[in-house]
Design a protein around this ligand. Structure first.
Ligand SMILES: C[S@@+](CC[C@H](N)C(=O)[O-])C[C@H]1O[C@@H](n2cnc3c(N)ncnc32)[C@H](O)[C@@H]1O
Length: 285
C-alpha cells in the first residue's frame, strides 16, 4: 500500500546548484582564527548539543526528529555546508579506504538492474559507483540538503531528492534495486523497520537491496584478538567505533537479520561479516 496516496509519479528533482542554502552556526565560524577553531574543537571533543536547522532551510519537516543529534561528533550533525564538505572528504580517509570497497560492493550487486536508488546517499558516492556499473536510471535520497547539493555537484547524472528512508516519495514497485551504505545503524530500530516496509513497497518483485554497514566484529572482539587477526587496523577500528557517537549502532548489531527480512517479505541471500564492513543482500519475494 502507498504511504502517501498522492505519490503516483516520480518527484521532480530540484536544481540543487541554483539553491542557496542558509548558513547554520558552523558556517559562520572563522576557522582561521584561534577562538573559533578552539570552539569548534571543543564541540567535536566535548559535550554534544541538539542540531539546529536554520530558518529557511528547505525540507525542515522532512528531517526525522532522531536525526537532530550530532552523529559522529560532527558539530550540528549533517546540517551545515562547511562541515559536511569536510565530513564527506574525511569520512573516507578515517575509514582507511574501506568505504570505496563498501560502495563498490553495494553497486556491484545491483549491476544489471534498470533503476536504482541510493538511500541515505550523503555525498552521492554509492550513486556514483552505480553510474560506473552502467545503471541507467539512478536516484539519491537524503534528508540533508547540504549533502544533496554536494552530491548533485559530484554526480550530475543522478537525480537527488530530499527525504527520509521511512517515507520514500516514489510510486510502488518503482525500482529494481536499492543501495544503502552506512545508514541502517544510524536509525532507531522502530524507524528502521518502517524503512524496510518502504523498501519493500518501492521495489519490484525480485528486486534487490544491497547494504554495507559497519561490522559488529570491531565492537564485540577484544583489542588483542582484533590485533592478532587484523594487525593494527583491528584495534584502530575498535577505538573509532568507541569514539564516534552512534546512538543506535548496538541495537542494529543485535538485530536478527534473517528473521527481520523474512517478516518484511524479503529473502536474505547474503550476509558477509568482514572487518570493518558487513555486506548484506536481500531479495523482495
Ligand atoms: C554515514 S552517512 C553515509 C553516507 C553515504 N551513504 C556514504 O556512503 O558516504 C549516513 C547518511 O544517512 C543519512 N540519513 C540518516 N538518517 C536517514 C534517514 N532516516 N533516511 C535517509 N537518510 C538518512 C544522513 O543524512 C547521511 O547522509
Amino acid at each position: 500500500m502507498l504511504t502517501d496516496p498522492s505519490v503516483l509519479t516520480d518527484p521532480t528533482p530540484p536544481n540543487w546548484g541554483s539553491i542557496d542554502l542558509p548558513a547554520s552556526w558552523p558556517d559562520d565560524l572563522e576557522l582561521n582564527t584561534f577562538p573559533d577553531l578552539r570552539f569548534l574543537l571543543s564541540r567535536v571533543f566535548g559535550a554534544r548539543t541538539r542540531v539546529e536547522l536554520p530558518e529557511g532551510m528547505p525540507g525542515r519537516d522532512l528531517v526525522p526528529k532522531y536525526m537532530l543529534q550530532e552523529f559522529h561528533n560532527l558539530p550540528n550533525g549533517y546540517y551545515s555546508d562547511s562541515l559536511t564538505r569536510g565530513y564527506v572528504r574525511t569520512f573516507d580517509t578515517i575509514m582507511l579506504g574501506a568505504m570505496t570497497n563498501a560502495r563498490d560492493m553495494v553497486a556491484n550487486t545491483l549491476k544489471g538492474v534498470d533503476s536504482a536508488i541510493d538511500v541515505g546517499c550523503g555525498g552521492g558516492r554509492v550513486a556514483k559507483a552505480m553510474v560506473e556499473q552502467g545503471i541507467g536510471d539512478i536516484w539519491g535520497l537524503d534528508p540533508s540538503p547540504y549533502l544533496l547539493k554536494q552530491a548533485s555537484d559530484e554526480v550530475p547524472k543522478v537525480k537527488f531528492i530530499q527525504g527520509a528512508a521511512e517515507n520514500i516519495p516514489f510510486p510502488d514497485q518503482r525500482f529494481g534495486g536499492i543501495g544503502i551504505c552506512f545508514l541502517l545503524h544510524e536509525i532507531p530500530p522502530k524507524h528502521a523497520s518502517t524503512a524496510l516496509k518502504e523498501f519493500h513497497r518501492v521495489l519490484e518483485p525480485g528486486g534487490l537491496i544491497s547494504i554495507a554497514e559497519p561490522s559488529p566484529v570491531q565492537m564485540q572482539d577484544s583489542s588483542f584478538s582484533l590485533f592478532r587477526k587484523y594487525g593494527w587496523k583491528g584495534p584502530y577500528f575498535k577505538l573509532l567505533a568507541r569514539f564516534v557517537y552512534e546512538p543506535f549502532v548496538e541495537a542494529w548489531h543485535k538485530r536478527d537479520l534473517q528473521k527481520w527480512f523474512e517478516e518484511h517479505g524479503f529473502e536474505l541471500i547474503d550476509d558477509n561479516v568482514g572487518m570493518p564492513l558487513r555486506h548484506i543482500v536481500a531479495r523482495k519475494l
